[in-house]
Design a protein around this ligand. Structure first.
Ligand code: HEM
Ligand SMILES: [Ca+2]
Ligand SMILES: [Ca+2]
Length: 296
């Protein structure tokens, strides 16, 4: 059972230590806030929020970092290492990497202008990870609405949670390879937006695959509700983004968030707390890793 005051006796300065580190990382590079938020999502969806994504591969261990949705894509591990070092200096052996990631993701949202909420803590760290589970549990940008809905349902999240959490794409960047098919072949896309994106993402697969474009064309470093405005205008970058506003049952949720940023912020916070509650290791399960990259 997680609680917001889990470390209040054992590491009272925890939140200020983490916040300071996240603030300093974001002031060096605004995008890193997006990258950390995404790390938390990719941790929680794969066997719960247990820090599994943070484990490095070794010669006799295959973890999640090279699973398809993560390879050449997830980033921010060095920031998590820096936070862990700062926390270990003050409260050695007390705070899990899974909790550090949860706090850092929450701080990232707040620092970039989004909502704040009280993070629940008390997660422990996995001693293992699963590349195959990461390959099956993390949604793909090519997924249709029914697949996205069922993948969220698999971890106890509702359709409303899906739409609210996808609003995380109000910040951060995506590689050409994740949106190429959409900007060249799909019809539910604003034509001038498609040609803008085509200018830095060549049609031929293999060329410019890693070229970046902002997921939110207006405010990629501000956590706001612009993502939903994009969707209403057929300017969603990923196929999976535009699925949320494509004439189906989620259209009305998207319109609601587009019309009312407060309702987006409130539902996003609720959904982040729910996502943070996915299958945590507690009690004597798992461990408190000393180094987030490897089991003790
Ligand atoms: C609904 C299903 C989702 C799909 C299919 C999806 C897919 C993607 C893809 C393909 C990228 C670009 C990766 C790259 O090119 O390297 C991306 C980036 C991102 N995603 Fe998602 N995502 C989903 C949901 C979420 C959720 C729930 C969150 C967090 C709550 C999230 C947060 C982010 C962020 C912040 C970025 C930018 C990361 C950066 O700039 O480093 N996504 N996502
Ligand atoms: Ca995990
Ligand atoms: Ca934005």
């Amino acid at each position: 059972q997680l609680s917001t005051n889990f470390y209040s006796k054992t590491c009272p300065k925890l939140s200020s230590i983490v916040q300071r580190q996240v603030q300093s990382a974001i002031s060096k590079e605004a995008r890193i806030g997006a990258s950390i938020l995404r790390l938390f999502f990719h941790d929680c969806f794969v066997n719960g929020c247990d820090g599994s994504i943070l484990l490095d591969d070794t010669s006799n261990f295959t973890g999640e970092k090279n699973a398809l949705p993560n390879k050449n894509s997830v980033r921010g591990f060095d920031v998590i290492d820096n936070i862990k070092t700062a926390v270990e200096n003050v409260c050695p052996g007390v705070v899990s990497c899974a909790d550090i990631l949860a706090i850092a993701a929450t701080d990232s949202v707040a620092i970039l202008g989004g909502p704040t909420w009280n993070v629940k803590l008390g997660r422990r760290d996995a001693t293992t990870a699963s590349q195959s589970d990461a390959n099956t549990a993390i949604p793909r940008p090519t997924s249709n609405l029914n697949i996205l809905t069922s993948m969220f349902k698999n971890v106890g999240l509702s359709t409303k949670d899906l739409v609210a959490l996808s609003g995380a794409h109000t910040i951060g960047q995506a590689r050409c390879t994740t949106f190429r098919v959409r900007i060249y072949n799909e019809t539910n896309i604003d034509t001038s937006f498609a040609s803008t994106r085509q200018s830095n993402c060549p049609k031929t697969s293999g060329s410019g695959d890693n070229n970046l474009a902002p997921l939110d064309l207006h405010t990629p470093t501000s956590f706001d509700n612009c993502y939903y405005r994009n969707l209403v205008q057929n300017k969603g970058l990923l196929h999976s983004d535009q699925q949320l506003f494509n004439g189906g049952s989620t259209n009305s949720i998207v319109s609601g968030y587009f019309n009312n940023q407060n309702s987006f912020f409130s539902d996003f916070a609720t959904a982040m707390i729910k996502m943070g509650d996915i299958k945590p290791l507690t009690g004597s399960n798992g461990e408190i890793r000393k180094n987030c990259r490897k089991p003790n």
